[in-house]
Design a protein around this ligand. Structure first.
Ligand SMILES: [Zn+2]
Length: 465
C-alpha cells in the first residue's frame, strides 16, 4: 500500500504546485475580509459641489465647479452645477468654495521602514514589522499621500493587502529589494558577516527582502528578475555611496556599467525602468550611460552632469534635505559627516534642476524616523525655498504621477494619477484653504484635509453631515 500513497502524495504536491504556479494567486485571496465599506465603492458616485480646483498642473484655481466621481474615476467636471437624480446612490459633498486637489504623491518613500527605528528593524520579527508598516501606511494616506513610489523594502504583501482592502494605505509602486553590490549602500551586513560565498546562505536583510546583494551582471540580472517576478513596478539599484551605511564612502562609485546595464535590460524587457541611488557626478554619469531613467538624490551633482540629465530626459527624484539637528542626532558619527556633506549640496542641486529644466520629482526618503514620517507634509511645504507653491504642488501631484507611469505596461494602477481631470483616477483632497497661497496647509493634514479620497473611496470626511 506504500506505493499508491506515495503516488497520491506526489500527485497532490504536483497539483498544489500547478495551482500556485499556473492558476495565479486568485485562489489565495484574503478570506472573509470585505473591502472597507464606504459610500463610494461598487460603482457608487460622489459629487463635490462648489469647489475650486487645483488640477495638478495649473498655477491658478478653477472657477467654482462641480466634480462627479463614479467608481474609481473622475467622470465629470463642470463649471455649471451637475444635477443628480435624488434617488441615485450619490454622496453629495458641499465644498462651499474649498479647494479640491489631486492626492499627493511621494516619489521616494519606504513603506516598510519609514517610521521604524533601525535598532527595532534589525532585531524584530518581520511579522511584527509588517504590522507596524501597515499602521504607518494608514497614517501616510491620512496625511494626504494617496500614492507612494517605494524605493526599496519588502512591501509586496503590504501593497496587496491595501489593494484588496484588507488594510488601509496609499497606492504603492514597489521596487522590492534594493539591489546592491557587496560593500554597497544596500549591503547591510554586520562587519563580521564576511565572506559572502556565491550561492551561500543569505544575510538577514536579504532574507527579509530589504536588500539583494548581487555582484556581476549575471547576479544582478537574476535579482532584478526576482523583483519583477514578485511585482516590482520598477527596479532600484545602489549606484554610489550613501549616508545611512557604514562601509562605503559617499564618493564611491558602485557597480560597473555592465552590471547596471544587466538590470536595465531586465527592466526594459518588462516595459519598465531602473532608478538608482546616486549622489555624486561620477556615479550619476555611469548610471546614465548604463541606461537608467531616473536618479534618486544626486545632491552633489555638478553643472555638466545636470546638463546631461536634461539632454537625455532623465528624471531626477530629489529630496529637500537640509540641515536638521534632530535627524543628525540620530545618525552615527560616520553618517553624520556624510549627511552634512549631502545637505550642503541641496541648494545647488535645486538651482541646477531649475536652470536646466530637468524633470524633477518630489520625494522625502524618510527612514527609521516616526517623528519625521509624521511631518511628511512639512517636506513639501519646505519646497518653497526653491519653488513657488504651485510649482511644488505640481511636482508632488501631476509630475510625480508621470514618473509613476514610467513603469509602462506593468503599471499596477493604469490610469492617470496626480491630476483632477475627467477620466483620471479619483485620488482627491478637499482642502480647507488655498494651498497655492498657503502651502503650509499641507503641514497639518489632520485639520486642513477635510476629505481624503483614494480610488474613488472616501477614507476621511470631517465635514458636518
Ligand atoms: Zn531611500
Amino acid at each position: 500500500m506504500l506505493f499508491p500513497s506515495l503516488v497520491l502524495a506526489a500527485l497532490l504536491v504536483g497539483l498544489c504546485q500547478t495551482c500556485l504556479g499556473q492558476a495565479g494567486d486568485a485562489i489565495l485571496e484574503a478570506p472573509g475580509s470585505a473591502p472597507v465599506p464606504t459610500p463610494a465603492t461598487s460603482g457608487a458616485a460622489t459629487l463635490f459641489q462648489n469647489v475650486r480646483i487645483f488640477d495638478g498642473k495649473s498655477a491658478a484655481l478653477s472657477a467654482p465647479s462641480d466634480v462627479l466621481v463614479r467608481g474609481n474615476t473622475i467622470e465629470r467636471i463642470s463649471a455649471s452645477p451637475i444635477s443628480v437624480d435624488a434617488n441615485a446612490n450619490v454622496r453629495v459633498i458641499a465644498g462651499n468654495g474649498r479647494v479640491l486637489m489631486p492626492g499627493l504623491i511621494d516619489a521616494h518613500w519606504h513603506a516598510y521602514m519609514a517610521s521604524i527605528p533601525l535598532q527595532l528593524l534589525i532585531t524584530s520579527p518581520a511579522s511584527y514589522l509588517q504590522l507596524l508598516a501597515a499602521r504607518q501606511a494608514e497614517a501616510t494616506l491620512m496625511r494626504g499621500f494617496t500614492t507612494i513610489g517605494d524605493c526599496g523594502g519588502p512591501v509586496f504583501g503590504l501593497k496587496r493587502a491595501i489593494d484588496e482592502g484588507v488594510t488601509i494605505g496609499p497606492r504603492i509602486y514597489p521596487s522590492g529589494a534594493f539591489i546592491s553590490q557587496t560593500s554597497g549602500h544596500g549591503d547591510f551586513r554586520f562587519f563580521f558577516e564576511l565572506p559572502r560565498r556565491p550561492g551561500g546562505s543569505l544575510s538577514h536583510s536579504e532574507v527579509e527582502g530589504v536588500a539583494a546583494i548581487a555582484d556581476s551582471p549575471d547576479e544582478v540580472r537574476l535579482r532584478a528578475r526576482e523583483q519583477l517576478r514578485q511585482g516590482a513596478s520598477q527596479l532600484k539599484l545602489m549606484a554610489g555611496g550613501g549616508v545611512n551605511s557604514q562601509y562605503n564612502p559617499i564618493e564611491s562609485i558602485q557597480y560597473t556599467e555592465p552590471e547596471i546595464r544587466a538590470a536595465v535590460e531586465a527592466a526594459d524587457n518588462w516595459g519598465t525602468y531602473v532608478t538608482v541611488h546616486a549622489i555624486t557626478p561620477p556615479a550619476i554619469r555611469q548610471a546614465v550611460e548604463a541606461g537608467v531613467k531616473c536618479i534618486e538624490h544626486g545632491h552633489l551633482i555638478d553643472e555638466p552632469t545636470a546638463k546631461l540629465l536634461a539632454d537625455k530626459g532623465i528624471w531626477w527624484s530629489l529630496q529637500p534635505l537640509t540641515y536638521d539637528a534632530g535627524v543628525l542626532a540620530r545618525l552615527s558619527p560616520v553618517s553624520q559627516k556624510k549627511a552634512l556633506e549631502l545637505w550642503a549640496g541641496t541648494d545647488n542641486a535645486y538651482r541646477l534642476a531649475k536652470k536646466y529644466k530637468i524633470r524633477t520629482a518630489f520625494g522625502t526618503d524618510i527612514l527609521f524616523d516616526a517623528d519625521a514620517a509624521s511631518r511628511q507634509g512639512t517636506y513639501l511645504a519646505k519646497m518653497v525655498r526653491w519653488y513657488t507653491p504651485a510649482e511644488a504642488l505640481k511636482m508632488a501631484t501631476a509630475d510625480n504621477g508621470e514618473l509613476m507611469a514610467l513603469c509602462g505596461f506593468i503599471n499596477p494602477y493604469p490610469g492617470k494619477l496626480g491630476v483632477v481631470e475627467e477620466g483620471a483616477l479619483a485620488d482627491l483632497l478637499l482642502v480647507d484653504g488655498n494651498p497655492l497661497e498657503n502651502i503650509k496647509l499641507v503641514e497639518n493634514p489632520d485639520q486642513n484635509f477635510v476629505v481624503i479620497v483614494k480610488d474613488g473611496t472616501i477614507y476621511k470626511n470631517t465635514l458636518p453631515k
